[in-house]
Design a protein around this ligand. Structure first.
Ligand SMILES: *Cc1c(COP(=O)(O)O)cnc(C)c1O
Length: 439
């Protein structure tokens, strides 16, 4: 069926083509549509699904090929024998309609060329690392990192001969240069891995300085280590690291993106060139999100801007109340950075909002912190963040219980520290709740 000069896609693929969804426009009369608008339709054509306004959940493990030749072409795409990737769906470990729509919409927020979804934030992080590291490599990272990420790099990848070197989240260009140089002398640098703001200190990383340091040090080399960043706390609304030089942005979609504390998922966005090897690794090990969670995320992304905006406004009001409270020692909130400080400078260059997750240091110790937590009536006592409901937890006794005392001290994780993630409730109700719990 193939001719010398194929005229149609049918001739190109040797089969009747996969029906392409009719795309919602990305702009109208030269006006570029905003992500909030595109979340209601981008990547989905109702006419391919009986006119169903919302995408159905595609519960299937495999997809029927239109012909043997089409099946071969799909496999050539997915295995990389032919550039351009898969043209159609093959098997649900590789992709499915719900996940594809989700990935199209995830990329929109940061104007990314490509995106992937994963079964958890840690699945995203682990798949990226497996795709990029080789024995003997060094991972350079900012510190501190999400505890499971530190375990993955230090304890698990360490068993396979991967080394790491870190710099503190707030490091200056000179400090970053020094660590990167040491790493390069030690051999191949697999990646520069960042988390900003860092959990639980909220310290911001200077992504622009990291990019400048990487570009200067590796200017002569054919292969530059990619800069990968966990943007779970501020993204995609309040910080967009691709604009500041990062190559790939990772998410725990469990948090703000999912936003209702009812699912676990992860995401990665970036250029096609950096995403492609990660997709190949995900295809191999099967860390893709499931169709049901992908569908729930489509629902969540429709209200992402509304939810994050409201949570951010609520947090500003709650923090303004807590700041001057006599029982409060201080607050680690990005909205209160000291004028003229390096952190304030990074914030001004990188962030468009202070988020809704912050650290509250109470006067006293564990007893006072526990008393406060146990008295809360609206805020729920649970770890995690970014949901519609306000959550409060005690890092020293919960998420960071196993961190050695010395390191806890260095990270400012005291017994009087309470972590709070503000939701979308009425701000005055939240203030009333915190007020009675502190009394
Ligand atoms: C929660 C979280 C993760 C891990 O995500 P999961 O979806 O729980 O696997 C990674 N990084 C940060 C910053 C997180 O808050």
């Amino acid at each position: 069926m193939e001719s010398e000069t194929p005229e149609t896609e049918a001739e190109l693929t040797g089969a009747s083509p996969r029906r392409r969804p009719r795309q919602q426009p990305l702009e109208i009369s030269g006006r570029r549509l905003s992500p909030a608008t595109l979340m209601m339709g981008h990547g989905y054509d109702p006419m391919l699904s009986e006119g169903s306004l919302k995408p159905p959940i595609f519960l299937t493990s495999t997809f029927v090929f239109e012909s043997a030749a089409a099946g071969k072409r799909h496999f050539e795409g997915v295995t990389g024998k032919r550039p351009g990737g898969a043209e159609g769906l093959i098997y649900s470990r590789f992709n499915g309609p719900n996940q594809e729509i989700l990935e199209d919409r995830l990329g929109i927020w940061e104007d990314a060329e490509d995106a992937l979804s994963f079964s958890s934030g840690m699945a995203a992080i682990a798949t990226v690392m497996l795709a990029l590291v080789r024995p003997g490599d060094t991972i350079v990272h900012s510190a501190p990192l999400y505890a499971a990420t530190e375990t993955l790099i230090g304890k698990i990848l360490g068993r396979f001969g991967i080394n790491w070197l870190d710099f503190p989240a707030g490091a200056t260009r000179a400090q970053i240069d020094e660590v990167l140089e040491r790493a390069r002398k030690a051999g191949r640098v697999a990646m520069v891995y960042l988390e900003s703001p860092a959990n639980p200190t909220n310290a911001l990383v200077d992504i622009e300085a990291v990019t400048a340091a990487r570009d200067a040090l590796f200017a002569e080399e054919t292969e530059k280590p990619p800069i990968v960043i966990d943007n779970t706390f501020l993204g995609p609304l309040w910080q967009q690291p691709l604009k500041h030089g990062a190559d790939m942005v990772l998410y725990s979609l469990t948090k703000y993106a999912g936003g209702h504390s009812d699912l676990v998922a992860g995401g990665a966005v970036g250029s096609k060139a950096v995403i492609d090897p990660v997709r190949a690794m995900r295809n191999t090990i099967g860390t893709i999100t499931d169709p049901h969670s992908a569908w729930m995320l489509l629902r969540s992304l429709e209200t992402l801007e509304l939810r994050m905006t409201r949570a951010g406004e609520n947090a500003a009001k709650v923090c303004a109340f807590l700041r001057d409270h006599p029982k409060v020692e201080r607050i680690g909130y990005l909205g209160f950075l000291e004028e003229g400080s390096r952190q304030a400078d990074i914030y001004r260059r990188h962030c468009t909002g202070a988020g809704s997750t912050f650290s509250l240091y109470l006067k006293g110790g564990e007893a006072e912190a526990f008393d406060f937590l146990d008295r809360l009536r609206i805020a729920k006592l649970a770890v995690s963040l970014g949901g519609t409901e306000t959550l409060a937890s005690h890092p020293a006794g919960m998420t960071h219980l196993s961190v050695p005392d010395e390191r806890k001290k260095a990270l400012d994780i005291g017994d009087n520290l309470v972590r709070i993630s503000i939701g979308v409730e009425n701000a005055d109700d939240l203030i009333a709740d915190f007020d009675q719990a502190l009394r």
